[in-house]
Design a binder for this molecule. Sequence first.
Ligand SMILES: O=C(O)CCC(=O)C(=O)O
Length: 222
Amino acid sequence: MKYIEIKEKDGSYSYFYYIPNFLKASYVSTLTHWLEAMDDFNENKNYNEDAVIRYQKWYQKHKQYFCDQWKTKYKRWDAFSYDDILVDLEAHIINRLHSDHYKDIGIDIPNVNSVLIQKYINGHHYISAHRDTDKSFGYTPTILNLSLGDSRDIIFKRVIYNGSNKKMSKLDKEHSCLNMKFTLEEGSLLIMAGQSQQHWTHQIDREEDRGLRYSLTFRERI
Ligand SMILES: O=C(O)CCC(=O)C(=O)O
């Protein structure tokens, strides 16, 4: 396990916990087969809408759209319904967090009701720097990010928090020592919690020689 906890000036905390081998190899294999059988991923395109940068599926228990406050609506943010595998996986993760007492170290265990599956075909697929939107997940969401397939680096950059939910934020160059990186390996779980979505952006850059990867990000859609 690798973890970073940062106390902010106001006494609140940002948490980043990386747990390798969170899932057993047999469970990873079951999930991989389930994902490989899916043929209904949506394309996620770049800003100019002229290239696919990854594929995705958004699941929400009450079929809520990803963010009601976004002006432009895209089909890729319409919700799929949970299936039994997803129901079991979500329960498995949450039960583990309870039994491993994450609450005692300050991490809020969310009432998860959504999953965003991202599919990166190879190292040319990526996700740009962003903070998860407070409009859908609140200001201090606990985000549970499960990785399957090839490893990729997730990069966190410290930004100046201005209370708004701009997609891009101004880099906090004075505190760039708080920038960090985790390599997300197959079967691992990365937990982001506390103030993590206020003070950092996260991104997965293009990397050479990378294979297929999936991430499943569990959150409470409020
Ligand atoms: O693929 C990943 O691990 C990152 C996903 C992500 O940043 C997101 O869904 O907001």
